[in-house]
Design a binder for this molecule. Structure first.
Ligand code: ADP
Length: 214
């Protein structure tokens, strides 16, 4: 599955670039191809990060570095990237300005990107994604909620397992490796935090991450 996941975006990006090179396209078609190619390279970026980091975390080859991290700033920047890539979306943001944690910036970025990626991937194109950040007494809580089908109760405990994907291969319409949420859990617990999923209202999934302040 991983080989396929890696090769598909490369093949699509290559084909798009060849089309741009060979044909004189009008501006609109050109823009569309470039946008699609960028999406594929972004997918490839998330995927290779997931594969590399999860094998390094597993093998003890990655040393977690805790530093002062402006979480408000990081989330705002990452959401901004998604806003540009998925312009049809409605984004509902509650991100106060000054929330900091002691954490590994690269890992936290991977965690947030995976949750944003899933919210967009598993919900209708124009449905809203809600991103919230709040300061608790000893920890910081971040939640990313979508309006897709949500996660059935019997799957809620399984989706954080490595390579686990809901449903079977023949009926699935989305691509993926089942590594994203595994990594989100590993990163949260390696920071002595937690991740859980609950139901969003009226529909969808709400992923809640808690990270200690220090
Ligand atoms: P991937 O998305 O690559 O399959 P993940 O580990 O990120 O892997 O997610 C595991 C599974 O959990 C997905 O295959 C999907 O079935 C389910 N899932 C994850 N996020 C959502 C979401 N926001 N809404 C509905 N289902 C989700």
């Amino acid at each position: 599955a991983i080989t396929h996941e890696l090769k598909t975006p490369i093949a699509v990006a290559k084909l798009n670039l060849e089309t741009l090179q060979k044909h004189k396209l009008d501006e609109e078609k050109k823009d569309k191809l470039i946008r699609m190619t960028l999406q594929e390279t972004n997918r490839l970026n998330t995927l290779t990060n997931n594969i590399l980091i999860s094998s390094q975390l597993e093998g003890g080859g990655y040393k977690l570095v805790k530093e002062d991290l402006d979480l408000s700033g990081m989330i705002s920047r990452l959401v901004m990237d998604f806003k540009q890539r998925f312009a049809d979306r409605t984004w509902i943001l509650e991100i106060p300005n000054t929330i900091h944690v002691k954490a590994d910036p690269l890992l936290i970025q991977i965690l947030i990107n995976n949750l944003l990626d899933n919210a967009v991937k598993y919900s209708p194109r124009s449905a809203a994604v809600q991103v919230k950040l709040a300061q608790g007494t000893s920890n910081v809580e971040m939640s990313i909620a979508d309006q897709g089908p949500g996660i059935p109760d019997e799957e809620k405990g399984k989706i954080f397992k490595r390579f686990y994907r809901i449903g079977n291969e023949s009926v699935r319409t989305t691509q993926g490796t089942g590594l994203g949420l595994y990594l989100c859990k590993k990163i949260s617990t390696d920071h002595h935090g937690s991740i859980r999923v609950s139901d969003n209202q009226p529909t969808g999934a709400n992923f809640i991450v808690q990270l200690p302040n220090n």
